[in-house]
Design a binder for this molecule. Structure first.
Ligand SMILES: C[S@@+](CC[C@H](N)C(=O)[O-])C[C@H]1O[C@@H](n2cnc3c(N)ncnc32)[C@H](O)[C@@H]1O
Length: 277
């Protein structure tokens, strides 16, 4: 068993925590070292390294290891239909209002920091339910995350364990309608999967692409950044939004301390007020 003190002195711990920030923008204070070590310990052992200085050297020479590191250090907790009032707002207010003033257009949706995809599939189910009432409605969802491992889960669309059970107990109708049972797991039907494109993306970089989004969900990720990071990320996301588009943030997040061209609508919901740039 590796001894914590022996494998990472204060400077090395500091360097490791700084790597988290460099690669992801996530701020981890010195007191989070134990958490970080807990997440990386097994990987360091697998590589048969004797210290974190050796691991830092591996990170310097291997992009694959950096990707592995990002998978391990990020917190990927998520769930289907997380925060009920957001889904109520989308169903009752956002979808009908958007459809009313955008006839014939395709709704562009971005699930940013999507983790394993439960949020993107919840969006697709909400859109499919709306389409049942408005047959000409079309939508496209882009789901992004910095960690590749979680995106692989989202792309496969196969869920088991806690999150599948959560959907079963909260929205059994949705599970039965939009998933099929395969080898003791639930797989999203192609009608959902075909409308979601998963891709790797760091929120500190612009997303690019030709389309502006009508709706962006950026939830439970800003909490990991400092104010400077939050401001940079929100501005970069805003630049990908259509004029008047809506941004949804997480329950424990707020934009009131940062400068942005977004206007508060109601708790968790902001609207892009800035003209297209
Ligand atoms: C707690 S999960 C939130 C998932 C989902 N948005 C939700 O609210 O349920 C946070 C996600 O943010 C991702 N993340 C962290 N830093 C990121 C960055 N700089 N760019 C993109 N994604 C990032 C993590 O990999 C993780 O999957």
């Amino acid at each position: 068993m590796l001894n914590t003190e022996a494998i990472a002195g204060p400077d090395t711990r500091h360097a490791m925590l700084a790597r988290v920030h460099r690669y992801t923008g996530i701020v981890m204070a010195e007191r989070k070292w134990t958490l970080l070590h807990g997440r990386l310990r097994r990987r360091v052992q697998e590589l048969q390294l004797q210290s974190y200085d050796e691991y830092l050297a591996v990170l310097d020479r291997s992009k694959d290891e950096v990707a592995r590191f990002i998978d391990l250090v990020t917190t990927n907790e998520t769930s289907f239909f997380r925060t009920a009032r957001v889904w109520q707002y989308l169903t009752d207010d956002f979808f009908p209002a958007w459809y009313g003033s955008n006839a014939g257009k395709t709704m562009n949706i971005w699930s940013a920091a999507a983790s394993t995809g439960e949020e993107a599939y919840s969006l697709a189910m909400t859109a499919e339910e709306f389409r049942l009432k408005h047959r000409d409605f079309t939508y496209r969802i882009v789901a992004t995350d910095i960690a590749q491992g979680v995106l692989d889960v989202g792309t496969a669309g196969i869920y088991r364990g806690r999150n599948a059970e959560g959907l079963k107990s909260s929205r059994r109708d949705m599970l039965e309608k939009y998933f099929e049972l395969q080898d003791n797991a639930y797989r999203a039907l192609p009608e959902l999967r075909n409308n979601i494109a998963f891709r790797q993306h760091n929120l500190y970089q612009g997303l690019g692409g030709p389309d502006r989004f009508d709706l962006v969900l950026l939830r439970n990720v800003l909490i990991y950044f400092d104010e400077t990071g939050q401001e940079a990320v929100v501005e970069s996301v805003r630049r990908s939004m259509a004029p008047n588009a809506v941004l949804v943030i997480g329950e424990s997040e707020s934009l009131h301390r940062i400068r942005s061209g977004l206007v508060f609508q109601q708790p968790l919901i902001y609207r892009n007020s800035a003209p297209a740039t």
